[in-house]
Design a binder for this molecule. Structure first.
Ligand code: FES
Length: 104
């Protein structure tokens, strides 16, 4: 099956070590720019209580949920301990020119 790439934003719309909320087709995603200038994407809602992760804090390769401080590795989706125990789904990301795309 061929991949469908969706344009999210311009590269510079996300600062390094920051996250952007992206809503598409009734779903919400979180798109991250790491401190070493790579881009990643996960589901946008915390697996604990469906809070928007884009309102949280990015630290290195971790996104911290703003509600109960649950943490995930946004590169792998791995839940890093209580209160979150269900991993986040991750999505491929590519950068072409100045634009960021995710495959969903
Ligand atoms: S809603 Fe995210 S840790 Fe509780």
């Amino acid at each position: 099956m061929s991949e469908t790439w969706i344009e999210v934003c311009a590269k510079d719309d996300i600062d390094e070590e920051d996250v952007l909320r992206f809503d598409h087709a009734g779903r919400t995603f979180a798109v991250y720019r790491s401190p070493d200038d790579e881009f990643f994407a996960t589901d946008g809602l915390c697996t604990h209580e469906k809070i928007h992760l884009a309102d949280g804090l990015v630290m290195d390769e971790i996104i911290e949920c703003p509600k109960h401080n649950g943490r995930f590795n946004y590169k792998t989706g791995e839940a890093k301990g209580a209160p979150v125990c269900v991993n986040l789904k991750t999505y491929p990301v590519k950068v072409e020119g100045d634009s960021v795309f995710i495959s969903i």
